[in-house]
Design a binder for this molecule. Structure first.
Ligand SMILES: Cc1cc2nc3c(=O)[nH]c(=O)nc-3n(C[C@H](O)[C@H](O)[C@H](O)COP(=O)(O)OP(=O)(O)OC[C@H]3O[C@@H](n4cnc5c(N)ncnc54)[C@H](O)[C@@H]3O)c2cc1C
Length: 469
């Protein structure tokens, strides 16, 4: 009996399996039809389901892919730069903070005290920084040369051997960087780039003015590659600024609670693949400038009077310039040699230079001190990258060596660090945001209210909520 029951039971279960297989097959067909229909309605959501990692392949106009940038940045560049920018040499930036707008009067719309910059007390910044010309060569000082110019010593060798900081003009930027009473030193570590509340028509007018500098004459027609590059640099910087606002946002003003605002990151940057692409482009462009200036940066002096910290800065710079992983994975992040070719090259370069100088001048119109500080620093950083890549050709003209000001080097490295932080943020956040967006788009609209709560929860482990100050 027992055996018979077992046999009957097996028979029953076989039939049952057949029945369930048939139901399963029908379900599979139904799901396939539903997915095909959904894909036709919303192709993006299906793509996201298959691959939540949106950014793959070569970064447009660059020589390196997204995956390599992410892994290099995470493993090498980000940790290195984070340490480098805390050294005394790189943390003090000289800047004119007066709002001295040549285009329209200041209409600052800054709402928060976080807008203002904490300047350095006199005794805080390095002694050596106060005497910037101490190391420069008195090449045009004719007082001690007894009249005849030919009696002057040829200092070519000296100036090669001597690696002091001198004041040289940057044709890409507007500011007069030479020492004057209007300049203040700011400790960048005390003034992080984050949410300040600066917004509305004032901020919008600045961005509009900056973008209109890109192609004022070509708005209707084609943009040449060089102009496109200027646009991409500005857009990449804009993405980075928005990411910093989102990553350090005042979530609750009454309790002074700071943390990540992922909705803002998504609304302003992540939902636009071109803005993310431009961020990666700008990062690679600046990285290329840094590596191209290797000889100069390697030999430069990083003196602030604090031997231990200065040696650390020098050693970190070398690690950055000669990193084997960087050299192997992304030896030429961006190929500047492809630009400025053809007959109109030099004029085009001058024209773009003029536009970039205007962008630099517009920074004086930013109606929020802290935004102005970081705006000026990062535009100077971009101007320095442009100068390194396009205004100096020491390979073909060895008698025109690259010369940078201390402030330019500080701006360049701090800009690279800011971009590296933004890339890290995007890389960490994109898969979770995309996945949550995918789930969200496949669920009924009743869930809408909790979307950002769910994204926050999904990336909860990555969140770094700041305690009230
Ligand atoms: C130089 C500068 C520095 C600033 N620094 C800070 C700061 O440190 N902290 C702070 O809280 N605020 C800062 N702001 C203000 C901030 O950038 C925004 O302007 C503000 O938060 C209002 O944002 P919004 O939503 O109106 O869009 P905005 O960011 O002002 O953008 C304006 C328009 O530009 C376009 N756009 C946006 N992003 C891109 C992109 N990546 N590429 C191409 N086009 C784009 C869009 O059409 C958008 O509507 C700064 C502004 C400027 C001009």
């Amino acid at each position: 009996m027992v055996e018979a029951k077992v046999v009957v039971g097996n028979k029953e279960s076989k039939e049952g399996r057949k029945k369930w297989t048939a139901i399963g097959a029908v379900l599979v067909v139904l799901v396939a039809i539903a997915l095909t229909y959904k894909h036709a309605q919303n192709p993006k959501s299906c793509r996201c389901a298959q691959d939540s990692r949106k950014y793959t392949g070569i970064v447009e106009d660059c020589c390196c892919d997204y995956e390599t940038v992410d892994s290099l940045n995470g493993a090498v560049l980000h940790p290195l730069l984070q340490e480098l920018v805390t050294t005394p040499f790189f943390r003090y930036f000289k800047v004119k903070l007066w709002c001295d707008c040549p285009f329209w009067p200041d209409d600052g719309m800054c709402k928060l005290r976080d807008c203002s910059v904490c300047e350095c007390p006199e005794n805080e910044f390095p002694e050596l920084f106060k005497r910037p010309m101490k190391h420069s060569l008195p090449s045009d000082d004719l007082k001690c040369q007894e009249g005849k110019p030919q009696s002057a010593v040829d200092r070519t060798l000296d100036s090669k051997a001597f690696r002091g900081w001198i004041g040289v003009d940057n044709p890409w930027t507007n500011d007069d960087e030479t020492e004057n009473d209007e300049m203040t030193y700011v400790n960048l570590q005390l003034n992080p780039e984050r949410y300040t509340g600066y917004s509305g028509p004032s901020a919008r007018r600045i961005w509009d003015a900056i973008y209109s500098e890109n192609c004022p004459k070509y708005a209707s027609g084609e943009i040449c590659k060089e102009k496109k590059i200027l646009y991409k640099l500005i857009s990449g910087l804009h993405s980075s600024i928005s990411i910093h606002i989102a990553s350090d946002y005042l979530l609750d003003e009454t309790t002074n609670w700071w943390g990540r605002n992922l909705e803002l990151a998504y609304d302003r940057v992540l939902q636009y693949p071109d803005r993310v692409g431009n961020l990666y482009f700008t990062f690679l462009f600046v990285l290329r400038a840094v590596t191209k200036a290797t000889n100069y940066l390697e030999q430069a002096e990083y003196d602030t009077g604090n031997t231990q910290e200065d040696l650390k800065a020098q050693s970190l710079v070398r690690h950055l310039l000669y990193n084997p992983k960087l050299q192997a994975a992304c030896p030429l992040p961006f190929d500047e040699a492809k630009l400025w070719k053809g007959q109109s090259g030099p004029e085009l370069k001058q024209e773009i230079q003029k536009h970039f100088r205007n962008i630099s001048a517009i920074m004086d119109c930013v109606g929020c001190e802290k935004c102005r500080l970081w705006g000026k620093l990062q535009v100077l950083g971009l101007g320095t990258a442009l100068k390194i890549l396009f205004s100096v050709d020491s390979q073909n003209y060895p008698n025109q060596p690259l010369q940078l000001q201390r402030n330019e080097v500080i701006a360049l490295v701090n800009l690279l660090n800011r971009l590296s932080e933004s890339i890290k943020f995007v890389e960490e956040i994109v898969p979770s945001v995309e996945k949550t967006m995918e789930k969200f788009t496949s669920e009924p609209p009743a869930q809408e209210i909790s979307l950002w709560q769910r994204i926050q929860d999904a990336v909860g482990g990555l969140r770094s909520v700041k305690l009230p100050l």
